[in-house]
Design a protein around this ligand. Structure first.
Ligand SMILES: N[C@@H](CC(=O)c1ccccc1NC=O)C(=O)O
Ligand SMILES: [Zn+2]
Ligand SMILES: [Zn+2]
Length: 208
């Protein structure tokens, strides 16, 4: 109890967002003075801000929306591995990683170091990796990056290939102080009925 580590980005008005996307904004829209009793807040944000999950509806019109995702996937044992600032993440980068029994895989790259600005380029997931991960039973892939595809990709091949292989996507994690190893993860999406993605509060706890 009490030794969970927060691996989420803090949501505030200056958090960087995808170029051109809705900025994050919180305000008290009904204040104490006005209401006489309470502060009531209002949040405006893109569903792909900070630490978040993608629902397949993000990249496929007939894809599942957030409410349809099995939330059990976002809670449970996870393996954290460290692939230091790769060009891209493919089979080569995962050589030597024992994926036996790994349902949730979190990859620390340290490639997005200054999280006060949106990165100019990022390492991407090679689409071919999806089948390999699926063969080993991986169903959730988490990264310390804002996307699994190159930032200028319109095809979103990695998003599609991961989805075709039954692998769900967790993006924007903060893993820079996390040692590789076995953890428990909790990163639950909100029960958003129509959404293509959801912010999550992602936390991990070292396994004994
Ligand atoms: N695929 C990215 C998000 C993304 O592509 C995006 C997010 C907000 C506004 C525009 C986006 N892509 C546009 O080309 C993600 O999953 O977070
Ligand atoms: Zn996203
Ligand atoms: Zn994505």
């Amino acid at each position: 109890m009490g030794n969970w580590i927060d691996i989420s980005q803090v949501l505030h008005d200056k958090i960087p967002v995808w170029p051109g996307d809705t900025p994050f904004h919180y305000e008290v829209s009904w204040g104490m003075e006005e209401s006489g009793s309470v502060n009531v807040g209002q949040v405006t944000m893109s569903t792909h801000t900070g630490t978040h999950i993608d629902a397949p509806f993000h990249f496929e019109n007939d894809g599942k929306k957030v409410i349809e995702l099995d939330f059990n996937l976002y809670i449970g044992p996870a393996l954290v591995i460290y692939v230091e600032k790769p060009e891209s993440i493919g089979l080569k980068e995962l050589q030597g990683v024992d994926l036996k029994g790994v349902k949730r895989l979190l990859i620390r790259t340290d490639a997005w170091q200054d999280k006060t600005v949106f990165p100019e380029s990022i390492p991407h997931i090679e689409p071919e990796l999806a089948a390999y991960l699926a063969e080993h039973g991986v169903q959730l892939l988490g990264l310390d990056l804002p996307s699994v595809d190159p930032l200028d990709s319109k095809e979103l091949s990695a998003h599609h290939e991961l989805n075709d292989q039954g692998i769900h996507i967790l993006e924007g994690l903060v893993l820079d102080k996390i040692e590789p190893g076995e953890y428990e993860l909790a990163a639950l999406p909100l029960p958003l009925e129509q959404a293509d993605g959801s912010p999550v509060r992602a936390v991990i706890q070292k396994k004994e």
